[in-house]
Design a protein around this ligand. Structure first.
Ligand SMILES: [Zn+2]
Length: 179
């Protein structure tokens, strides 16, 4: 790391301590004696996704984010919730400590997280990801969710009023895509 003031190539470490997931080092330039700080962070090994057809593709956070964004479109979520979700999922994937992860595993993790974040977003994501063969399969999934929701003490206000409308829209798009 060159000195940001004079560009000299060498410095000494005058203080170092751990911060969150990295190390903060206070340095002093050996030429002009200016002080500056560097952060050292572990670069995760690259992660590959095993696609359905067995092809490997490097994990792409933007792709993940796009998928989640689409599912969460126009949902009443706090600013940053979608990005945080993507961050959490990415962290979870790296924590698995695997070099390759099947895309189905990633999809399941996304669905699991979306389910607790936003019901409609979950259904949207699931309908695309699971490629529900027909609207009946989708309806079954919804019914399962509704009944499992009833069992847990989730406030009823979280059960979206838009559900039927949303289902009809999905049904329509399914019909369209099958023509
Ligand atoms: Zn310097």
């Amino acid at each position: 790391m060159n000195c940001p003031y004079c560009g000299y190539h060498d410095s000494k470490v005058i203080d170092s301590r751990g911060v969150n997931d990295g190390i903060r080092r206070r340095r002093q330039c050996l030429s002009c004696s200016s002080r500056f700080t560097t952060y050292e962070r572990l670069q995760p090994a690259s992660l590959f996704v095993i696609k359905k057809d067995e092809r490997r593709e490097e994990f792409n956070r933007n792709k993940l984010l796009t998928g989640i964004r689409k599912a969460c479109e126009k949902r009443p979520l706090p600013t940053g919730a979608v990005d945080k979700l993507a961050d959490d999922i990415e962290a979870e994937l790296y924590q698995l400590g695997k070099a390759e992860i099947p895309s189905a595993v990633i999809g399941d993790i996304v669905m699991e997280r979306l389910k607790s974040l936003d019901y409609i977003a979950y259904i949207r994501f699931a309908s695309v990801y699971r490629e529900f063969a027909d609207i009946t399969a989708l309806k079954q999934e919804v019914d399962t969710l509704v009944s499992s929701d009833a069992e847990t003490s989730r406030p009823t206000s979280q059960l979206p009023l838009l559900l039927n409308e949303e289902l009809e829209a999905l049904a329509k798009s399914h019909r369209r895509s099958r023509k």
